[in-house]
Design a protein around this ligand. Structure first.
Ligand SMILES: Cc1cc2nc3c(=O)[nH]c(=O)nc-3n(C[C@H](O)[C@H](O)[C@H](O)COP(=O)(O)OP(=O)(O)OC[C@H]3O[C@@H](n4cnc5c(N)ncnc54)[C@H](O)[C@@H]3O)c2cc1C
Length: 483
C-alpha cells in the first residue's frame, strides 16, 4: 500500500483519490477551501441558487460508473442559440430533429449538419481510442491508422466550420465549442469539433439541486472508500529530492510524508509555487492562458415565457470578439452572452415566481484593473446588449452581482483567472498541455490544466488515467515504495 496525498478537491482530484483508495492505497486529500468540488461551486442569495461553474453535465455514465447514483434530468432542448439578426436555432440531442432545426434556420444546411455530425462522431471515437485513453506520450493500444486524420490536423475549428457550412450563423454555432475550452475558434484545433458529438450522442443533463450536488456525491463516495479528506487545508509546497517526491508542506507548517503526490491545483501553480520549475512554467506560459469569464448572477422577478435552461446570445462579429479577448486583451465591446437558468427545470433554485439567471461573458484572463472600463460599467454594457437582443431585464432585477476574472482567480486559485488552464492554440495544442506524470518520481498532475483537459467528464477521465499511473508505479498489492 502506498501513501498518496492529493492536493486539491476538484473533480479530477476527487476521482483520482477515490480510485486510488478503492485500489488499496492510503489516500489523504487536502483542499484549501472549506468544501470539496473546486469549480463545482455555487452561491446562494435571498432564496436564489447560482452555479458559479459548470451548468451542463455530459457523458453522465462516466460518473455513474464511479458510483454516483443520483437521478439526473435530461434536457429536451440542449441549448437555444440566438443570432444577431434575431433568428434562433434550437439544439436537440436527436440528430434528425437537430438537422430539421438547422434546415428551418438555413434551408439546405440540414444535410451539411448531418455531414458535420458524422465527422464529429468519427473524431470523438478516434479521440476516445487515443487522446482520452491514457497519458500523453504512450502509444494508445486501440489506436487505428486513420485516427490522426479523423481529428483533421492542421485545420482550425473555424476552418472546419467553413468546410461544412455556408451560412455564417452555423459557423458561429460550431465556433462556440472552442469556448468550452476557453479558446478562440480562429486558433483552436478542429478536434474541438468533437464536443457536439458528445451532446448529440449522450445528451445534455442537469443534476437536480444544482451541479454542485455531483461534488457532494463524490465526497460521500470518498468517505465510503476511506479517503481522509481535509478541507480548509492548503498545501504550500511539494517536498522532493532530485529524483522523487517525499510529501507536502501544509499552510500550518506541518510536513506530511507520502510516496506519491497527485496535484489537482493548476499546473502553473504547481510549477510556479508548489515545486518551482521555471522551464516548465515558461512552457505553460508559451501556450498562453485560456480566456476567463465575467459572471453576472441576477435574481430576476417573474417568469420568462419559453426560456430554456441554456441559451447563447451571439455577438454580431465573432472574429472581432475573439480579437478583443485574445489579441487586444480587453473585454469584448459586443460580447456573446451565455444565459443559464436552472429554475426552468428545478423550482428549488429560485423563489416562487422568480428566476436565477447566470450570465457568462468570455473575457481575457488577467487583471480587470487594466480594462478600459470598470467592472460596473461592463456589467451595464452586458445588460444593455442583452436588452437589445431580446432580454430586457430592467424593472425585473431584484439584484445583480458581478464576478470578475480576479474574483474567479481568488476563488478557484486559477492562474491569472485563466479558469480553463491554457488555451488550445495550433494543431497540436492538445498534445502540448502538461502531462499527467510530473518531473519527479511519484508526482502526478490531474485536472483541467493538465492532460486530457477540462470539462467534467474529461477531468474525471484524467483522474482515472492518473490512478492507473500511480498503480503502475506503486502497485498496492506488492506494497512497493518509490523511495
Ligand atoms: C464558469 C465555468 C463554466 C463551466 N461550465 C462547464 C459545464 O457546463 N460543463 C462542464 O463539463 N464543465 C464546465 N466547466 C469546466 C469544469 O468546471 C472544469 O473542467 C472542472 O470543474 C475542473 O476540475 P479540476 O479537477 O480541474 O479541479 P478544479 O475545479 O479547478 O479544482 C481544483 C481544486 O484544487 C484546490 N487547490 C488549488 N490549490 C490548492 C492548494 N495549494 N492546496 C489545496 N487545495 C488547492 C482548489 O481550491 C480547487 O478546489 C466550466 C468551468 C467554468 C470556470
Amino acid at each position: 500500500m502506498a501513501e498518496v496525498i492529493v492536493v486539491g478537491g476538484g473533480v479530477g482530484g476527487m476521482v483520482a483519490a477515490l480510485l486510488l483508495a478503492r485500489g488499496g492505497h492510503r489516500v489523504a486529500l487536502h483542499e484549501r477551501l472549506d468544501r470539496l468540488g473546486g469549480k463545482l461551486a455555487e452561491r446562494e442569495r435571498a432564496g436564489f441558487v447560482f452555479s458559479l461553474g459548470p451548468s451542463l453535465l455530459t457523458l453522465p455514465e462516466v460518473f455513474r460508473e464511479l458510483g454516483v447514483a443520483r437521478e439526473l434530468v435530461e434536457l429536451d432542448e440542449l441549448c437555444r442559440y440566438r443570432f444577431a439578426d434575431g433568428s434562433e436555432l434550437r439544439a436537440y440531442r436527436d440528430p434528425d430533429r437537430m438537422a430539421a432545426e438547422v434546415d428551418r434556420l438555413a434551408p439546405g444546411e440540414g444535410a451539411a449538419w448531418r455531414a458535420f455530425h458524422g465527422w464529429a462522431a468519427n473524431c470523438l471515437e478516434a479521440s476516445r481510442r487515443t487522446f482520452f485513453a491514457g497519458p500523453l506520450g504512450r502509444r494508445p493500444e486501440r489506436a487505428r491508422i486513420g485516427d490522426l486524420l479523423a481529428v483533421a490536423p492542421g485545420r482550425t475549428l473555424d476552418g472546419l466550420a467553413r468546410r461544412f457550412f455556408r451560412d455564417p450563423r452555423l459557423r458561429q454555432y460550431v465556433g462556440r465549442y472552442a469556448t468550452y475550452a476557453g479558446s478562440s475558434p480562429y486558433r483552436a484545433p478542429a478536434a474541438l469539433g468533437c464536443v457536439p458529438a458528445i451532446e448529440h450522442g449522450d445528451g445534455g443533463w442537469y443534476v437536480p439541486g444544482g451541479l454542485p450536488r455531483l461534488a457532494d456525491d463524490l465526497a460521500g463516495l470518498l468517505i465510503d472508500a476511506g479517503v481522509e479528506a481535509h478541507t480548509g487545508s492548503e498545501v504550500t509546497g511539494v517536498l522532493a529530492g532530485r529524483s522523487a517526491v517525499s510529501g507536502v508542506v501544509l499552510a500550518s507548517g506541518e510536513r506530511v510524508s507520502a510516496d506519491a503526490v497527485v496535484v489537482n491545483a493548476d499546473a502553473a501553480a504547481l510549477y510556479g509555487r508548489l515545486l518551482p520549475d521555471d522551464r516548465r512554467l515558461r512552457r505553460i506560459g508559451r501556450l498562453g492562458p485560456s480566456s476567463s469569464a465575467f459572471l453576472l448572477l441576477a435574481g430576476v422577478e417573474g417568469r420568462t415565457g419559453g426560456l430554456p435552461h441554456h441559451s447563447v446570445v451571439f455577438s454580431a462579429d465573432y472574429r472581432r470578439e475573439f480579437g478583443d479577448i485574445f489579441e487586444r486583451r480587453r473585454p469584448p465591446e459586443d460580447p456573446t452572452i451565455y444565459i443559464g437558468c436552472s429554475a426552468v427545470d428545478d423550482p428549488s433554485q429560485a423563489p416562487a415566481g422568480a428566476e436565477n439567471w447566470v450570465l457568462l461573458v468570455n473575457v481575457p484572463a488577467g487583471d480587470p484593473g487594466r480594462w478600459p472600463m470598470t467592472p460596473d460599467a461592463y456589467r451595464d454594457l452586458v445588460l444593455e446588449r442583452l436588452a437589445r437582443r431580446g432580454h430586457d431585464l430592467s424593472g425585473r432585477l431584484r439584484f445583480v452581482e458581478s464576478f470578475t476574472p480576479a474574483d474567479l482567480r481568488d476563488r478557484y486559485g486559477a492562474w491569472g483567472g485563466a479558469i480553463y488552464g491554457t488555451a488550445y492554440r495550433g494543431a497540436f495544442a492538445p498534445l502540448r498541455r502538461p502531462g499527467n506524470r510530473g518531473p519527479r518520481r511519484g508526482l502526478y498532475l490531474v485536472g483541467g490544466s493538465a492532460h486530457p483537459g477540462g470539462g467534467l467528464p474529461l477531468v474525471a477521465m484524467g483522474g482515472r488515467i492518473v490512478a492507473s499511473l500511480v498503480e503502475e508505479d506503486l502497485p498496492a498489492r506488492r506494497g512497493t515504495r518509490v523511495r
